[in-house]
Design a protein around this ligand. Sequence first.
Ligand code: FEO
Length: 170
Amino acid sequence: MLSDKMQEKLNDQLNFEAFSAYIYMAMSAYFESMDLPGFSNWMRIQTQEELFHSSKFFDYINDRDGRVVLKQIDGPPTEWESPLAAFEDALKHEKIVTSRIHALAKMAMEEGDQATYTFLQWFVNEQIEEEANVRTIVQHLKMVGKEGYGLFMLDRELGQRVFTMPTTTA
Ligand code: FEO
């Protein structure tokens, strides 16, 4: 059984993952408006990843006989100065997600809630990848600068991304 406090915090994270999906969908729309379909595709896939993360919290709360309570999702930003600015914001956001996951894991440990602690380890590992993926794109954007050809090539590369459902269920 989840503690009331843990249930509330897990519901908050479910909401925050949905908010993340909304941010990346807004970035996808921004890239569409810039005629960068590859960047837009990357962000749409990221949106799916975040919805998957949110669903994991949904399932976990239910599996522990808790109560899922869906809350209002904040509106995302809609404009960025440049593709680099958007990805820098994405990196900033992922760092916030990481710190939230770590805080949750710390709380689970303090409560002696082994099951929640173990559940959260999937996210601890996932966040390493989440940050690394975005950081790489930030670096590539810095390399190409505002140069049209580099941006075009990067757009083609990011257009290759596809969503693959993670096979780990823990
Ligand atoms: Fe669900 Fe990108 O953190």
